[in-house]
Ligand binder design. Structure first.
Ligand SMILES: Cc1cc2nc3c(=O)[nH]c(=O)nc-3n(C[C@H](O)[C@H](O)[C@H](O)COP(=O)(O)O)c2cc1C
Length: 167
């Protein structure tokens, strides 16, 4: 039976919830065996056939633990079916249009070129000022970030189905 890992890095849980949703959709599709875990909790990457890795985006970067995960497990990821997602932009419309074509941090591009993921996508995120610290509130205000939960569950489900159907 194909084993899936959905590993995430998330500061305020909205990316963790996206990862859980991807896991749920994969399981519903074909009773696949799916583990959904924070990247820090993953024990044995080599025991999975398909690996989905997602990170929240802060200041144009993936969370450090997600970037480290890619680096530490480059070989296993290259040898397996790997998919990547970023989550961040808020506001209506296509997330890539909101970020003017951006899907992934440039700094990780050489690593990603070696891993050759099956796909990379960008999901909307959630900005909740009540959760953020003072500095984060100042930053999001200064860039006029829209507040609210803009996660598009249909888009997330469709991407998960694409992964499920590739196996
Ligand atoms: C200080 C700060 C900086 C952010 N920088 C970006 C950014 O550069 N690009 C982006 O798309 N989203 C950015 N965001 C939005 C977050 O990516 C979004 O809130 C995301 O859903 C957070 O995920 P998490 O709840 O899993 O931590 C930023 C949010 C904060 C609070």
């Amino acid at each position: 039976m194909t084993k899936f890992l959905v590993a995430y890095a998330s500061k305020y849980r909205s990316t963790a919830e996206i990862a859980q949703r991807i896991g749920k959709t994969l399981r519903a599709f074909k009773n696949y065996e799916v583990d959904v875990q924070s990247v820090d909790a993953v024990q044995k990457v080599s025991s999975y056939d398909v690996i989905v890795i997602g990170s929240a985006v802060y200041m144009g970067q993936w969370q450090a633990e997600a970037a480290n995960f890619l680096e530490e497990h480059e070989r296993e990821l290259t040898e397996r079916i790997t998919w990547l997602f970023s989550s961040g932009p808020t506001g209506e419309g296509n997330p890539q249009e909101i970020l003017k074509g951006w899907t992934f941090p440039n700094a990780l591009q050489p690593l990603v070129d070696r891993i050759k993921p099956h796909g990379i996508t960008l999901f909307h995120g959630k900005v909740d000022p009540d959760q953020m610290n003072f500095l984060e509130r100042v930053i999001t205000k200064s860039v006029n970030a829209r507040t609210g939960d803009f996660r598009d569950w249909d888009m997330i489900d469709n991407w998960a189905l694409k992964i499920a159907k590739m196996v």
